[in-house]
Design a protein around this ligand. Structure first.
Ligand SMILES: [Zn+2]
Length: 293
């Protein structure tokens, strides 16, 4: 999915903020309380020993990939489209199991539009944004609503959505707190954010460190800026005005359940018990009263 350069979405005053000082500011961590977690050449990740978030060292921020057609081809995003659309529909069903009915969805990092297609088939108003004009053009060609507008631009237009969906996207921002604060402003009270993101507790990545693709220059290490677990992601969300309402895949969904959907959820919950789950799944709700930092 897509993939944005955080600077694009962050205000100018945020551009000089070091990752380690972000959890210091938002979560009260000590900026000194960190340890090098992995090192692959110039690519270094640190682990904050207070919150456990694994932050990329800013000395490697110049190592980035352009989100062009070649990028999407290399990831095979267009392959197995029907299957991916079905799975995106499942995720939207999960989000729809909480609170009142969802009518509108914003996908940040819409990539080639699998989730937008699922939303469209479910009759939801949808908009996908992406920094990649290739991805946005691909979505538009398929009749989907997509744009290269930023979150700031959507806020300036007074846009609002009932669900904001981010599938393997938040880790591509240098300042995830700022992105979540903007999401909060784009939602009504009670509005939902659904996040899928790599799991820093995934056992193989934890064991292999810089030999694992999460932290390798030749893996996704140069695309990502932070890795979370359920506990610290929940704290991050809370610091940005959200309350976590679902951690991991739920056992039950409100509507449109099926054997394969249920089997998938159960299997994912089971593998998470022994940290074999590569991704976290979380649903959070915009809190009634802003959470004080
Ligand atoms: Zn921290």
């Amino acid at each position: 999915m897509v993939r944005k350069q955080a600077y694009r979405a962050c205000g100018p005053e945020r551009q000089s903020t070091l990752p380690m000082s972000l959890c210091s500011r938002y979560l009260g961590c000590s900026p000194e309380n960190q340890k090098i977690y992995s090192r692959d050449g110039r690519l270094i990740y640190h682990r904050c020993l207070d919150c456990g978030i694994i932050w990329r060292d800013e000395s490697s921020f110049d190592l980035e990939l352009p989100y062009n057609e070649q990028y999407f081809n290399s990831k095979n995003y267009a392959i197995n489209r029907d299957h991916k659309i079905e799975k995106s529909g499942w995720l939207l069903e999960i989000a729809g199991s909480y609170g009142s009915k969802i009518n509108s969805v914003l996908e940040i990092g819409c990539s080639l539009g699998n989730t937008l297609e699922a939303a469209s088939r479910m009759g939801l108003d949808h908009l996908g944004i992406d920094v990649s004009s290739f991805a946005v053009g691909f979505c538009k060609k398929n009749g989907l609503n997509a744009s290269t507008e930023t979150l700031e631009e959507l806020l300036q237009q007074g846009r609002s959505f009932e669900l904001i969906f981010m599938q393997h996207v938040l880790e591509h921002f240098k300042d995830p707190f700022y992105v979540l604060e903007q999401c909060n402003q784009l939602l009504p009270v009670g509005g939902l954010v659904m996040i899928l993101i790599p799991n820093s507790n995934y056992s193989r990545a934890k064991r292999q460190r810089e030999r694992h693709r999460f932290y390798k220059i030749k893996g996704v290490g140069v695309e990502h800026y932070a890795y979370f677990n359920y506990n610290n992601l929940s704290r991050v969300l809370e610091s940005c005005g959200f309350k976590t309402i679902q951690t991991n895949y739920p056992l039950l969904v409100k509507e449109h359940d099926s054997f394969s959907f249920m089997f998938n959820r159960l299997a994912r919950r089971l593998i998470s018990i022994i940290n074999l789950d590569q991704e976290l799944v979380m649903v959070a709700q915009k809190a009634e009263i802003p959470v004080l930092k």
